[in-house]
Design a protein around this ligand. Structure first.
Ligand SMILES: [Fe+2]
Length: 386
């Protein structure tokens, strides 16, 4: 990561100079932390996604990641009541003041608020039933990477006038295209919400916290193994998508025609300490309380290491107990893997003073343009995952 120039103090994450105006957001007076308890029977409204795409479906090898699953279609996950409580918890003033980060690629992100400010959100993502659902879709047993990543909230807010202007532009473009017989043209040559990137963590679950029934765009674009672009639909309010984002280059497309778009992204890693864990901190280091992030990362990496060492110790003792020869090759393999794990852990812990706060390196691919993919009369020229 580039470290040129004068850097802000290490642990003082960059705070946005504005606060988004969000209608019906929680505030000091309306939201009482801890007043609602997560109840999976009541708050989970899960219905399986209509389709789960495999890595092979987008031209990537099954060996690429920790599962053969690439991405799901949106599926219902949490009830309207659960979404209301989540919004109250994460849009409260304390979170806006204490957990708000901005970067070169996103203006307003709320991070590290659970469980302190949002016990309901925390319980919702830690609940065994929720984890079972996410794991079943992902094709691998998953747990949240660490508490700091429960969850990362992206906030994009516009005024009613901006929304109306966008919708008017879309209507105008539609009728012009109908007149001129053009199909599949992008509405607006504009920047995506988040540019091309791979995530730091193996899997993400993206949950929609906004009503986006009037929204155009807001999809996720994926680069296939062949280098072309496919799109997956964005979720509606209360719905989610699961994506193996560490291994798939993707971008969140801009959403037009909605006053707000608030998503909660919760990141996951394999539960088994023996599974491959390619977790990085590349995209989160610049937008985190470093002390908290490094503690939680260091703790879980040491837990994995502890488990792996205990397991290897058990193996060599059992071999010895059975009167067999020492397996030199197996021991050397274990040590090589351990060295690699330790050195990758070390490499992620970039010294505080070298971290460029608020700066995330972007990939140099051309951004995808926003299209009205709801409009069946103007089928997209670009391929979609279907
Ligand atoms: Fe991502």
């Amino acid at each position: 990561m580039a470290t040129a120039g004068v850097l802000p103090p290490p642990s003082s994450a960059r705070r946005p100079s504005f606060k988004p105006i969000i209608e019906a957001a929680g505030s000091k007076s309306t939201a009482k932390v801890g007043s609602s308890e997560f109840n999976p029977e009541k708050h989970l409204t899960f219905e399986p996604p209509s389709k789960v795409y495999k890595m092979a479906d987008i031209g990537l090898s099954d060996e690429t990641g920790v599962s053969t699953v690439a991405v799901s279609e949106p599926f219902p996950l949490f009830s309207p009541e659960a979404i209301r409580v989540m919004r109250e918890e994460v849009l409260r003033e304390e979170v806006m003041n204490n957990c708000n980060y901005s970067s070169n690629i996103a203006a307003c992100q709320l991070r590290g608020f659970a469980p302190k400010y949002s016990p309901f959100v925390y319980e919702a993502w830690k609940n065994p039933k929720t984890l079972e659902i996410i794991s079943r879709i992902a094709g691998v047993d998953l747990v949240p990477v660490m508490d700091f990543e429960i969850g990362h909230v992206n906030v994009s807010v516009k005024s009613e006038q901006e929304k109306e202007r966008e919708l008017a532009n879309i209507r105008e473009a539609k009728s012009r295209m109908a007149d001129e017989g053009i199909a599949g043209c992008p509405w607006e040559d504009d920047k995506p919400i988040v540019g091309w990137h791979t995530d730091s963590y193996p899997f993400v679950c993206v949950l929609m916290l906004s009503d986006c029934s009037t929204m155009v765009g807001g999809e996720t674009a994926l680069r296939t193994g062949k280098g072309d672009v496919v799109r997956v639909r964005g979720p509606q309010e209360g719905c989610a998508v699961v994506l193996q984002g560490r291994y798939i280059t993707h971008q969140a497309l801009r959403a037009l025609g909605a006053t707000e778009r608030i998503t909660m992204v919760t990141s996951f890693r394999p539960r088994s300490p023996h599974a491959r864990d390619d977790t990085e901190l590349r995209t989160v280091r610049p937008i985190s309380d470093l002390s908290e992030l490094y503690y939680q990362f260091g703790e879980y990496r040491l837990e994995i290491l502890e488990e792996r060492i205990r397991s290897q110790l058990r193996k060599i003792r059992e071999t010895r107990g059975a009167g067999k020869r020492f397996d030199t090759k197996a021991m050397k393999n274990f040590l090589t893997e351990t060295e690699d794990f330790v050195s990758r852990t070390d490499a992620e812990l970039i010294e505080d003073e070298k971290v460029q706060v608020g700066y995330i390196e972007e990939m140099k691919y051309e951004n995808v343009k926003v299209e009205d993919t709801k409009a069946q009369e103007h089928p997209s020229k670009r391929s979609r995952v279907e």
